[in-house]
Write a protein that binds this ligand. Structure first.
Ligand SMILES: [Zn+2]
Length: 148
């Protein structure tokens, strides 16, 4: 679960797959925006990033067979996708080190959540602290696996 933060992988065709932020269309009707995917540079095959597959399938289950809405921001549902979306929005320089930029953005987000956690704890709001804690754990998972 914790070793899924890689930013590239090898495709079945042998090509290099790199990470992209993609809008998926579900049931030809619902746009699910901001989904991290791996796309192959050779054959353009793409698939959801392993780290978001679980949350993505939950979203799809919720939408059901007769979706009532026509757009959805995946970043609202997945903390890591949210950080990646922000990073890709800012990341214009193709020559830069994307991995480093993502790691820095991740660190910033963790700092922000830690600050929020302090405020929630001071407010003695167990529901809020619980929510922030679960968001933090997902990110720390991604960051910690980087070191090992
Ligand atoms: Zn390929």
């Amino acid at each position: 679960m914790c070793n899924e933060n890689q930013l590239s992988q090898i495709c079945r065709c042998g090509g290099e797959m790199t990470i992209h932020i993609h809008t998926l269309i579900y049931k030809a009707k619902v746009k699910i925006a901001g989904v991290p995917v791996f796309m192959c540079r050779s054959c353009f095959h793409y698939e959801p990033h392993p780290a978001v597959k679980r949350d993505l399938s939950l979203v799809i289950q919720e939408l059901g067979s007769e979706p009532q809405r026509n757009s959805f921001s995946f970043a609202e549902r997945n903390e890591w996708a949210s950080v990646l979306n922000d990073t890709f929005t800012m990341f214009k320089d193709e020559e830069g080190d994307l991995e480093q930029v993502v790691q820095e953005a991740m660190g910033d987000r963790i700092d922000l959540l830690l600050d929020l956690f302090q405020i929630a704890a001071a407010a003695a709001d167990p529901e809020w602290t619980g929510e922030i804690e679960s968001r933090l754990l997902k990110l720390i998972c991604h960051t910690a696996s980087k070191v090992s």
